[in-house]
Design a protein. Sequence first.
Length: 316
Amino acid sequence: MKKTVLFILMTLGAYAREIGGQVPLVQMDLSASKGGDLLVSSQMIQNILHYQNWGGLFLNLQVHWFRLLFAIILIGVIVVFAIHYLIIGKKVFNENCPSVLVYPLFQRIIHWIAALSFVLIIPTGLIMMFGKYFGGGEFVRISRYIHSIGTVVFIIAFIPLFYIWVREMIISFKIDTKWVFILGGYLKKKHIKVPAGKFNFGQKTWFWMAILGGFVMIVSGAAMYFQDFNIPILYKLKLDQIDLLRIMAVVHNFVGMAILALFITHLYMSLFAIKGSLKSMLTGYKSVHELKYLNSSYYKKLLTKGFISEDKVEDD
Ligand code: HEM
């Protein structure tokens, strides 16, 4: 908790200092008297000697693979969905029939705070990754600050986001495996009744990636941000600080790739694949016609509970 408060204060402080045109973020104290500064001390010799631990792998991934893999994911996922949109197109449901409140106001507020955080985090993360093609310097440095501010916004949304949806995001083997076999009916133009609760398996995958992957990104990101910390258990694990930073960077990049792929998928599904989806996260309401087809198990539940009556929705 103390570190998080420190993190927020330092981010805002550094940002104010940067606006004020003062010194950059991490002030390296090279004076020999500063004990415990493991990055800039005699430890550096050890770090170099330990290079073969994670140094080689890290450098190889950093120099040859990370940018390439991010580029492949970014372009690859967008091209796949562009082809899907051209061949299958948008799913359109009858919006003149009754609708049901699926996203109450609090859920929508938390969702859009999370959305804002990713709008800050994802592009700036990519700018840092492809920094050299943006000429490096100021633009990339400011992106780094925006990236950390986006992280603060995500931390605010993180726990409520988990709390509001975790119960409905539990994987149900019986229903979700059926969904996977038909890929949610998204390879068909014709509407079919898809086995799904309030959230389908695809949405659950995105939720757990955003929550669990998001947590790993916060921790690995904070490690790379603070860089200089003294964690005694590291030495029990025969790891020194530079090793931990290298491991954190590798983890941050690979989990970042998975989140990027699923975030683009989320944007495609919510903005292009289903007409009325964005409206549902703005108004909270979804047409029962859509629920009847895309969330058929949830629809049956609403029927048995009497929230809706069958005669109001014609079959396609
Ligand atoms: C600009 C970015 C975003 C947009 C435009 C967006 C849009 C939407 C829309 C329209 C829905 C309703 C989908 C439906 O039920 O048909 C939705 C649901 C959801 N959103 Fe987002 N969202 C964004 C970012 C995020 C972020 C960053 C997270 C998590 C960190 C997130 C997590 C979720 C979850 C868990 C759901 C419910 C399940 C699902 O539909 O995937 N969203 N979003």
